[in-house]
Design a protein around this ligand. Structure first.
Ligand code: HEM
Length: 229
């Protein structure tokens, strides 16, 4: 019956809510991206193994600019804190807006590339406007995006950066992939804060947050696709 379903333990629940979010995300990876039980089949262009991508410098520059549009927005949102609970996510050390600004300049200058256009209907701007809306109206959903965007970047994102740099940047490690101090300590601190916040949520709010994972992958997937465009 309905009560039994509601009270069934969720995968990862015992380790805290972030583990539930992580497991929801891992189920959306393909087997090649991160082999796990329940990985989904390859369906979209960005599902192809990264080693088979053919990145271009202009495409990668665009990817950095689209990503920056999203980080700018996430970082502005926690600064403005339209919901007071976001304030605890200021100055986590995971912020990527400033390093991306430096990388974009470096790439343009080094390879003599035109300014990357972030158009109002591009994937970065589209995601940014969705995030602003969610931040105001739907904190549990907003936190799902916040978690996935920052944590994905430190996992698969770093691997992608390495592979792309091998092919088109002569192995240069961009600032986007470097943090002051140990990134794993920063991630652990943010995990604790999300867990703490989620303890104030009902089971329905937690489930709602987990259900948002899909949208987070759709938006990030659209941004990743610009690398090979
Ligand atoms: C973790 C690869 C896209 C969210 C990981 C891990 C790998 C990976 C190898 C580590 C697995 C482990 O710890 O056992 C990739 C690749 C991608 C991709 C190759 C695309 C080509 C995405 C996207 C999202 C995402 C689009 C969501 C926006 C996450 C999260 C984790 C993760 C939340 C857990 C991070 C942590 O626990 O610190 N990914 N991923 N990934 N990925 Fe992805």
């Amino acid at each position: 019956d309905a009560t039994a379903v509601k009270e069934r333990p969720r995968p990862g629940e015992k380790k805290g809510f972030v583990e539930e979010m992580r497991m929801a995300a891992m189920r959306l990876h393909t087997r090649d991206q991160a082999p796990k039980d329940g990985s989904r089949p390859e369906e979209k262009p960005e599902d192809q193994p990264v080693r088979q991508w053919t990145p271009s410098r202009a495409g990668y520059l665009r990817f950095l600019a689209e990503s920056k549009a999203v980080y700018d927005t996430l970082e502005q949102i926690v600064e403005a804190a339209p919901k007071s609970e976001y304030a605890k996510f200021r100055n986590t050390g995971l912020e990527r807006s400033a390093p991306l600004a430096r990388d974009i300049q470096w790439l343009q200058k080094t390879y003599d590339l035109p300014s990357p256009e972030v158009s109002a209907d591009g994937p970065g701007a589209e995601y940014a406007s969705a995030l602003k809306q969610l931040a105001a109206d739907d904190p549990a959903a907003f936190i799902c995006h916040f978690y996935n965007f920052y944590f994905a970047h430190t996992a698969g994102g770093r691997m992608i950066g390495r592979k792309v740099a091998e092919v088109i940047l002569d192995n240069k490690t961009l600032d986007f992939y470097q943090w002051d101090g140990e990134v794993k300590d920063k991630l652990a601190a943010v995990k604790d804060k999300i867990n703490e916040l989620a303890e104030t949520w009902t089971r329905e709010q937690k489930d709602h947050c987990l259900e948002e994972t899909n949208k987070s992958f759709q938006h990030s997937g659209a941004i990743l696709r610009t690398i090979t465009a």
